[in-house]
Design a protein around this ligand. Structure first.
Ligand code: MG
Length: 379
């Protein structure tokens, strides 16, 4: 039985993780649940899964949660600081981090220091601090298992290939809702259109990132750190059906791919159960339902975010942190309908040019960079 702390249990990955736990109840037990703001769902989940502790990050909702769970033995904590503490507890084996954005960084660092296995759904953590996180994980002999479907695919392709160098990896991208759209369309693309992802059911932030291809850019940087790759070993190809979840090419030219229907519960289950594969009843993929699996090059002219992410990766230092913070702000503003779709990339580019560069940042430098970028406005 593995005890799991689910950070961000009320989001899309969090709720799907709890479905996996429920389906595999003799494999997994929830010991900690945390939510940013959704107290109602957190309470419902706590009553159902009976964790040892819950954290509500929004302190204004502490009393609400406290009252609702008063008749139980569940410990209730509040505030972001509490996240850093609960991940270190003895009754936690695996920390599944499904927090959104930069907020995932510090709890992940604490969990690694406490030698907990990490199931990583928060790609921004590796984007922002890949060199620090991977070094820390190595020092503490901690494994980081990817939950992101593309990275899970690569991870699965690499099982049994430990001594075989990778020539390159190919990350597949669905292309999102705006694949094939021209600049005129993108200029006036609305929030509602951007939120309609063709293949995946996900949270709002990542869905917008998929529409702008920033999600793929973040995944490129995530892959670099997860699999210890050089920049030029990572390629992106658009594959609209999202059946091939990614590929690895080895030195003999042979390629391995992982395929399946687009369902996040599969990579979640694999990350939690690794090295085991657990029986489940999820719908199975059939080639006959998909006679045409197609591929095309990403349009980096219209979707500048992908280009900017490659650039940030090459520049290194705190540049990916700048890219990420600028993107978080721009996406939040797009979701509030304060800026237009193409201004997301413009804002990211502006921040990359107007934030002090640090070649070898510490965690403290990254926290400062993140705060600096969040205050930066295009004039
Ligand atoms: Mg992904």
């Amino acid at each position: 039985m593995k005890n799991i702390a689910v950070l961000g249990s009320t989001g899309s990955i969090g709720t799907q993780t709890l479905e996996v736990v429920e389906e595999q109840e003799n494999q997994f037990k929830v010991s900690v649940l945390t939510a940013n703001n959704n107290a109602e769902l957190l309470i419902e989940q706590a009553l159902k899964f009976e964790p040892k502790a819950v954290v509500i990050c929004n302190e204004a909702k502490y009393q609400l949660v406290k009252n609702a769970l008063a008749h139980t033995d569940i410990e209730i904590l509040a505030g972001n600081e509490a996240l850093n503490e609960v991940v270190c507890r003895n009754d936690v084996d695996i920390v599944l981090t499904a927090l959104v954005g930069f907020s995932g960084l510090l709890p992940t660092i604490e969990a690694i220091k406490a030698k907990k296995t990490i199931a990583l759904a928060n790609k921004e953590t590796l984007v922002v601090a890949g060199s620090i996180i991977t070094k820390l994980a190595k020092e503490n002999n901690v494994k980081i298992y990817p939950v992101d479907s593309e990275h899970s695919a690569i991870f699965q392709c690499l099982v049994g290939e430990e001594n075989n160098p990778i020539e390159k990896i190919i990350l597949t991208a669905s292309g999102g809702p705006f694949r094939g759209k021209d600049i005129e369309f993108l200029q006036n693309a609305t929030k509602a259109q951007a939120l309609k992802h063709p293949n995946w059911e996900m949270g709002a932030k990542i869905t917008i990132d998929s529409a702008s291809l920033m999600n793929k850019g973040l995944e490129v940087i995530e892959a670099k750190w997860l699999f210890d790759l050089r920049n030029e070993q990572i390629e992106v190809i658009v594959h609209p059906q999202s059946i091939i979840h990614s590929l690895v090419q080895f030195e003999d030219g042979s390629m391995k791919a992982q395929l399946g229907l687009p369902d996040m519960k599969l990579p979640i289950q694999y990350a939690l159960a690794y090295p085991k594969r657990l029986q489940n009843n999820y719908p199975r993929f059939s080639f006959l339902d998909y006679p045409n699996l197609t591929f095309e090059a990403p349009n980096t002219e219209n979707f500048k975010c992908l280009t900017l992410a490659f650039e940030a990766m090459k520049l290194g230092g705190n540049m990916p942190c700048i890219l990420n913070a600028a993107n978080e702000i721009a996406v939040a503003n797009f979701l509030k309908e304060k800026i237009k779709f193409l201004q997301i990339a413009k804002h990211v580019e502006f921040c990359m040019h107007n934030t002090p560069f640090v070649a070898e940042p510490t965690i403290d430098d990254l926290v400062k960079t993140d705060a600096f970028v969040r205050d930066l406005h295009i004039n």
